[in-house]
Design a protein around this ligand. Structure first.
Ligand code: GLU
Length: 287
């Protein structure tokens, strides 16, 4: 089983169409079903109109998928159960610093950063101080929950994942480096889960055998591998397709002017035009 897993936080653009097509092509090559998963845990950003547009975009492109569609927001109990297991094993800890406090303390451009460019979390005591950390703990202040990455990675015997080519044929082994991420957030103050936790739980619950997604998520595979190992979940095979870059050389986003599929459609661009443009990107090096 494969999955296309967009977040209904905005309208999809041509980069998402590429991911959907790469999934469809591998599913066809392997004769496996492709399902649609809405990664809608961020309730402040998910909107029904974006969800409806995803379904419209898929049918406009002619990219079929097998129902039912899974909405992550309907499965919070499953993520909470996984978190409870990690808490019981002391592999996660509450973290009280706010995003703003972290950003304002770790402003120095020379500070150690994770593969996404965010500062590595040094511990609350280095952000808000020991006394304030203790005060927040005593008063049960709202906390995010972070994975103790060094402890977690040390329990993981095998940090390698198998990567396939675009047709799903295993081609190589990728050794992952979870320590590069530091103590990632697994549950937020206002949401009992995070992208990393939900994605590994769902990939297992949905029996996803092949994960096809953009190269921007390649490094995150390290976190997913550790979580699969901790939670006793199987590790799928991975394929990370090339990204379509914007004129500024960065991955497509609304902020660098990527037009939504909806806007292209409304402006008379045909699905065939879009498919032709993206099909050059679906083949490519296996990563
Ligand atoms: N929801 C993620 C995104 O829209 C994709 C997650 C994944 O494929 O693992 O970028």
């Amino acid at each position: 089983m494969l999955r296309f897993a967009p977040s209904p936080n905005g309208y999809l653009h041509i980069g998402h169409a590429l991911s959907a097509l790469a999934n469809r092509q591998m599913a066809d090559a392997l004769d496996l079903p492709l399902t649609l998963r809405l990664e809608d845990i961020d309730r402040s950003r998910a909107r029904p109109q974006f969800e409806a547009a995803i379904v419209d975009d898929m049918s406009w492109l002619g990219i079929g998928w097998t129902p039912p569609m899974r909405r992550q927001s309907e499965h919070m109990a499953a993520y909470q159960a996984a978190m409870d297991g990690l808490r019981a094993r002391n592999l996660v800890y509450p973290s009280f610093s706010t995003r703003r406090e972290i950003a304002s303390t770790l402003r120095d451009p020379g500070v150690a950063r994770d593969p996404d460019g965010a500062p590595l979390f040094p511990g609350d005591e280095h952000i808000i101080g020991i006394e304030e950390t203790q005060r927040r703990r005593r008063t049960d202040a709202p906390a995010a929950w972070r994975l103790s990455m060094t402890a977690a990675a040390s329990t993981c015997e095998d940090l390698a994942v198998t990567v396939t080519d675009a047709a799903g044929v295993p081609r190589s082994t990728l050794s992952t480096d979870p320590l590069a991420w530091g103590d990632v957030v697994l549950a937020r103050k206002d949401t009992p889960t995070s992208y990393h936790l939900s994605v590994v739980v769902d990939d297992a619950v949905q029996s996803i055998s092949h994960v096809v997604r953009g190269a921007d998520l390649l490094a995150a595979t390290a976190v997913h591998k550790v979580l699969q190992s901790l939670l006793g979940l199987p590790t799928p095979l991975y394929h990370h397709h090339r990204l379509i870059l914007g004129a500024d050389g960065r991955k497509l986003s609304k902020s660098n002017g990527a037009a939504s599929l909806k806007a292209l459609r409304e402006n008379g661009v045909s699905a065939a035009d879009v498919l032709q443009k993206i099909s050059a990107f679906t083949a490519g090096p296996a990563r």
